[in-house]
Design a protein. Structure first.
Length: 253
């Protein structure tokens, strides 16, 4: 028996990066997985590789964020677990962020999780059954670098939302937790490093050498941790926003 045997799991933002890793891990652990993404070709390939079911969606649209849950319920009759893994990391500081960029960050990094959670919790409450939700946050919720101002603001909001929703629905036995991940080795991060930081082909090696553990965060390790939080093995924990990183916030040299 896998950790998520016969659970219906929706992974929003699941077609690449951390989200795709969570899709693979959840399928491996016996879940019935539905995932969303904007690019049909990428999503359909992952679906073919894993047996998960793909729904094309632009989560910046609240109706499509809610609709992702509706799609999962239509396919499997219910939703047991939700992971909000979609993220936008385009750069912007306090001084150069436009209203358009700010709104893009809020739409993907905060508003989409809000309305997906709204729909998922409504289904769980209506059926009077337990459920679990994991929101993929960022260590930038603690402040973040100057070039990630709107991103940091949105992720700080997501951490607050996670705790608020967990408190509101603890008596419904709906457990809601967050994972503030640090610098992670993904194809999306590779594109960002090249586009915004003029990184060369060896940027991963240089970045890894500068980390205490000698490597960046790994997708499969994050995915395994998310599966644990979704599963009954994580017990009663709810309202926790866990720093999954090798930076120790508050520590000083």
């Amino acid at each position: 028996m896998g950790l998520l045997e016969d659970k219906v799991v929706l992974v929003n933002g699941g077609s690449q990066g951390v989200g795709a890793g969570i899709v693979r891990a959840a399928v491996r652990e016996g879940a019935l997985v539905v995932f969303t993404g904007r690019r049909a070709e990428v999503g359909e390939k992952l679906a073919a590789d894993t047996g998960a079911r793909f729904v094309q969606a632009d989560l910046a649209d609240p109706a499509q964020a809610r609709g992702s849950v509706v799609s999962a319920v239509d396919m499997h009759g219910r939703i047991d677990c939700l992971v909000n893994a979609a993220g936008l990391t385009s750069r912007g500081s306090l001084l150069n962020t436009t209203p358009e960029l700010f709104d893009q960050h809020m739409a993907i990094n905060l508003r989409a999780p809000f309305f997906a959670m709204q729909a998922a919790v409504a289904d769980m409450v209506a059926r009077k059954t337990p459920g679990t939700i994991v929101n993929i946050g960022s260590n930038c919720a603690h402040g973040g670098p100057p070039f990630l101002a709107p991103y940091s603001a949105a992720k700080a909001g997501l951490a607050g939302l996670t705790r608020n929703a967990a408190h509101a629905h603890r008596w419904d036995r709906i457990r809601i937790n967050g994972l503030n991940i640090g610098w992670t080795d993904t194809e999306g991060e590779d594109a960002v490093q090249r586009a915004f930081h003029a990184a060369g082909d060896d940027w991963r090696e240089q970045a890894a050498a500068a980390q205490p553990m000698g490597k960046l965060g790994q997708v499969d390790e994050i995915a395994d941790f998310v599966v644990f939080l979704l599963s009954d093995r994580s017990g009663v924990v709810t309202g926790s926003v866990i720093d999954w990183d090798q930076t120790v916030f508050g520590g000083q040299d």
